[in-house]
Design a protein around this ligand. Structure first.
Ligand SMILES: Nc1nc2c(c(=O)[nH]1)N[C@H]1C(S)=C(S)[C@@H](COP(=O)(O)O)O[C@H]1N2
Ligand SMILES: [Mo]
Length: 319
């Protein structure tokens, strides 16, 4: 089946960064960094904010306090304009620089999310309400696409573990399955990639999903997520290749068996379920030893688990 299907655009990757968008806002970016620098909160303030009641509507929750555990020390944030205009979101377009121009008619408010499957308290809730329930925090993470480009961004959101605990998973639950909205009338890429097994789905083992690093992101750069980055809710799994970080989620389901995912279904040898970032394991068609930062163009070594081995290595140690 896979060879009847249009190949993913990333099979011809490595030449998608448009030089204008890379350098255009460089000055503005440096100014912004100066401002961000003064906006850092200390640990005490962060804890205080995290304990505050969570009734505020989403618009009032930005910018959220930065979690000092993930303050991005030693990392330089990627240019916000570049990350907003260089996107993988195949429901809209396979051209990264076009996605942000095609999301205009995509409605992300109101937005219903269903959290169900093998749990005692399944629920269906509007995204705004859900975001209002959890204290939001900012975390600076590395983000590594399987195509060997990377960025460093400040996400706003809350740990997925909190949401999962709130629905009380049953003991039979072993995996979590995530599904993106499927609206061909608003998402022109769906009709163009007819052989793809839409909707976009992804999955994690339950123990991976419960790891503190996994965020339900609701914002980026101190503001609510732009549609092209996965509004109103997306996943961020920083130690895995970018395609695991599924956008614009409508359903989160606790399941017993490893779920099928869009990319694994299309090309299991290239985009397997686990997909941990590993510089020693090349993609069948290119090396994963290094990566290109999308704003500066710098090539840097790729780190095992994308630099998060200390937090997640124990999940994969064979006993
Ligand atoms: N629904 C959906 N989620 C998706 C994708 C997609 O095409 N559709 N692309 C993935 C890939 S390959 C990457 S690298 C990231 C890109 O996220 P960004 O555009 O916010 O940088 O989103 C991931 N999530
Ligand atoms: Mo990606």
């Amino acid at each position: 089946m896979a060879n009847l299907i249009l190949p993913p655009r990333w099979q011809i990757s490595e030449r998608h960064v448009t030089p204008e968008s890379v350098y255009r806002n460089r000055r503005a970016f440096l100014q912004q960094m100066g401002l961000l620098g003064t906006g850092l909160l200390g640990a005490a303030e962060w804890i205080h904010a995290a304990d505050a009641p969570a009734a505020t509507p989403p618009a009032g929750k930005y910018p959220a306090p930065r979690n000092p555990k993930f303050d991005g020390k030693g990392l330089t944030l990627s240019d916000a304009t570049v990350t907003a205009e260089y996107n993988n979101f195949y429901e809209f377009s396979t051209s990264k620089d076009r996605v942000h121009k095609m999301v205009g008619s995509f409605t992300t408010d109101p937005w219903t999310v269903r959290i169900d499957g093998l749990c005692d308290r399944p629920r269906t809730v509007d995204a705004r309400e859900l975001i209002g329930e959890f204290p939001l925090e900012e975390r600076v993470y590395r983000f590594r696409c399987v195509e060997a480009w990377a960025m460093i961004v400040p996400w706003t959101g809350f740990p997925l573990s909190r949401l999962l605990r709130s629905v009380e998973p049953k003991s039979e639950a072993r995996f979590v399955r995530f599904t993106t909205a499927n609206r061909p009338e608003q998402m022109p890429g769906i009709g163009r990639l007819r052989g793809y097994p839409w909707p976009y789905t992804e999955g994690l083992r339950l123990d991976e999903a419960m790891n503190d690093l996994v965020l339900v992101a609701t914002g980026i750069y101190g503001k609510p997520l732009p549609k092209q980055n996965g509004a109103p809710l997306r996943l961020v799994v920083p130690w895995k290749y970018g395609y695991k970080s599924i956008k614009s989620i409508v359903r989160i389901e606790l399941v017993a068996k490893q779920p099928e995912t869009l990319w694994e279904t299309l090309a299991p040898d290239e985009y397997p379920f686990e997909s941990n970032v590993d510089p020693k394991v090349p993609h069948p068609r290119w090396s994963q030893a290094s990566e290109r930062l999308i704003d500066t163009g710098d090539r840097v070594p790729t780190l095992p688990y994308n630099g998060y081995g200390e937090q997640v290595g124990s999940l994969y140690r064979k006993s």
